[in-house]
Design a protein around this ligand. Structure first.
Ligand SMILES: [Zn+2]
Length: 123
């Protein structure tokens, strides 16, 4: 995580990026984890930790960090704004209204950059 976060912040510095926006991850709660959810919560936890490293190094480098509300970022069309569960099928995104197609993760990242669901907080 230290190497990855360093590489991301260095990449941003080299390109004059002034703000990094990330999804505010939910669900780091201490509750009983069912066996089949364990992989998933471990996954969330590792992303959460990576985000904390990125945020820390970014701030040290003078880059602003903003946290975006993740609501609907993977279901909303970044081109026309249509939001529907049916827009997404696994890694594939296809807007039911305007027909825009893309990789679901790229669509999510685009929506995060647009902050379609608003900023959760800025620091
Ligand atoms: Zn659309």
């Amino acid at each position: 995580d230290h190497k990855i976060s360093r590489a991301i912040v260095d990449w941003c510095l080299a390109r004059g990026v002034s703000t990094i926006r990330m999804e505010k991850l939910e669900g780091i709660r201490r509750r009983k984890t069912r066996k089949r959810d364990f992989g998933r919560s471990l996954h969330s936890w590792s992303f959460y930790r990576l985000q904390q490293f990125i945020a820390y190094k970014a701030r040290l480098a003078g880059i602003r960090v903003e946290w975006v509300n993740p609501k609907e970022t993977s279901r909303t069309c970044p081109r026309c704004g249509h939001c529907a569960k049916e827009n997404r099928n696994g890694i594939r995104f296809r807007c039911r209204k305007c027909g825009y197609r893309g990789h679901a993760d790229a669509v999510g990242a685009w929506n995060i950059s647009l902050a379609i669901s608003g900023l959760a907080e800025a620091a």
